[in-house]
Write a protein that binds this ligand. Sequence first.
Ligand SMILES: [Zn+2]
Length: 133
Amino acid sequence: MATPAQGIARLGFRIWYERQLIEGHVWFVTAFLCAVLIMALMEELNLRGPGPLSLSSLAMIVVAALTGAVALRRYIRMLGRAESLAEQCVCPDCASYGVIRVLEAGRVDDDEQPQWIRVSCKKCNSEWRLEST
Ligand SMILES: [Zn+2]
């Protein structure tokens, strides 16, 4: 998985941001479908009934709940990160939005993605630093 700095450097900020929104919403739809599956399985679930059917339904509910939780967490994280970086992508000198060049990136700790990205404006070459959440 590419870090935000790698993605922005490769695609440009605007395309990277658009793809983050699309991918984030795919995760949201996944979480929603898991919730629908859980509700459908709950309707079928009968804990007093014969074992195998109830146990398989219960197992599917647990798997759907875990998948849905992971998908919802990724959705929230992706959108939060994309929005946070988008708010910082306005050039402090010429006020251009999203017209940036990645100069370097680094990590504050051992998290997956860089916590800071040093960028410059493609229009006026002003430099500033983005902080990733
Ligand atoms: Zn500028």
